[in-house]
Design a protein around this ligand. Structure first.
Ligand SMILES: Cc1cc2nc3c(=O)[nH]c(=O)nc-3n(C[C@H](O)[C@H](O)[C@H](O)COP(=O)(O)O)c2cc1C
Length: 367
């Protein structure tokens, strides 16, 4: 049996294989942020399709942190009932699911929230203000309460979104974080909010449930987060009880070449573009490393695990086109994922229609 289909555990959570659906904003929640039937169905399909661990799209922990249309919410107790239905659907089909907790910070969609964005520091040419200590405490509590809701809804754990230039990634990054108080400056300062958020979450979820984190290995911005600091942040956070680290990198601001979802992955050598960074994490952090970014071939995925670059293989876009990809591979059809990495999937989500593979529809339905 391939190493990819081995059963493993993360803090007591048993996973049937090493495939992870990386968090993907589906744009399929209702106006309040509750999962719709369509989203519940999609999560069920991913579970039936063989994914070992599903990570939800980033769910906003407070209104001011919302980032996109029809984004999933976890900011209010009202949502727990519907979230529970989504979790049940996944469990009933043999899957496992963790909630990704997010706050977009200074990059929040103020046109959706009607609120002034907040971040570590104001940014030139953008609306938004630097956070006060009261704001910091409120955000810390928002993450902790969201984690409590995740437990109440039956999620198998949570993942803290600290990548891609959103709030916690902004705090870590000297590009965004110009603070001169205890939450800025040295790495110790820049990681402080993340440490506090992790502690707050752990208090709520208890010792049984895994708490994962997704982090940028590098921002790929001048003066942004470096690999060295990112790995050190990982080591600090593991001491605070983080159970696995998903390694990503970049952000939209860094330009098309350095987005987390890079374009046109056509050849094996273009796949797994953060693998060297992941190896650094593997060397230092002592918890499982989940690698994301451009993985498209079964053989590449297998080698990544066998050669010690990562413990888990995480994908986003391939599952938009083929929610059943894991079972296809398991059944012996080892052709690479049909995803062509053109990022057209963002467009229907942005238009409020919910994600789908635009290219596949064009090919099969001639749209
Ligand atoms: C439509 C879309 C939505 C995404 N939403 C999220 C998200 O909510 N949270 C997150 O951490 N990453 C998000 N990502 C990034 C992916 O999780 C992943 O890191 C990236 O696409 C690279 O993996 P891939 O090459 O397998 O797609 C999104 C990507 C896409 C294409």
């Amino acid at each position: 049996m391939s190493i990819l289909f081995q059963e493993t555990t993360i803090r007591g959570l048993t996973l049937r294989n090493r495939f992870v659906r990386s968090a993907t904003w589906e744009g399929m929640a209702d106006a309040k942020g509750a999962p719709t039937e369509e989203l519940i169905q999609l999560m069920g399909d991913l579970a039936s399709g063989g994914v070992g661990l599903i990570i939800t799209g980033y769910a906003f922990v407070s209104e001011e942190g919302r980032g996109g249309p029809r984004q999933l919410g976890i900011h209010s107790d009202e949502l727990v009932g519907r979230l529970r239905e989504m979790v049940r659907e996944v469990h009933s089909r043999g899957g496992r699911i963790v909630a990704q907790l997010g706050h977009c910070g200074i990059q929040a969609a103020y046109n959706l929230t009607g609120m002034e964005p907040i971040g570590p520091s104001p940014m030139e040419g953008r609306p938004g203000r630097g956070m006060t200590l009261e704001d910091i405490e409120r955000v810390r509590l928002s993450f902790a309460r969201a984690a409590k809701r995740a437990v109440d809804a039956g999620f198998d754990g949570v993942q803290i979104h600290a990548a891609h230039g959103y709030l916690l990634s902004q705090f870590l990054s000297p590009y965004f974080n110009k603070r001169e108080d205890a939450y800025g400056g040295s790495l110790e300062g820049r990681v402080r909010l993340l440490v506090e958020v992790t502690r707050g979450i752990r208090e709520e979820v208890g010792a049984e449930k895994p708490v994962l984190i997704k982090i940028n290995c590098e921002d790929f911005l001048p003066g942004g987060l470096t690999l060295e600091d990112s790995v050190k942040a990982g080591e600090i956070l593991v001491k605070e009880g983080i159970d696995a680290i998903e390694v990503s990198g970049g952000m939209r601001l860094a330009g098309p070449k350095f987005m987390p979802s890079r374009l046109g992955i056509r050849h094996e050598h273009e796949e797994a573009y953060f693998k060297e960074a992941a190896k650094e994490f593997k060397r230092k952090v002592g918890v499982p490393v989940i690698l994301v970014g451009g993985i498209r071939s079964f053989q590449v995925a297998e080698r990544l695990v066998e050669e010690g670059f990562a413990d888990y293989i995480s994908m986003s876009r391939p599952f938009i086109r083929e929610p059943w990809l894991v079972n296809r591979w398991k059944g012996g059809d080892l052709r690479r994922a049909f995803c062509v990495s053109d990022n057209l999937c963002f467009e229907p989500a942005q238009a409020g229609e919910g994600i789908y593979c635009v290219t596949e529809r064009r090919e099969t339905k001639g749209e």
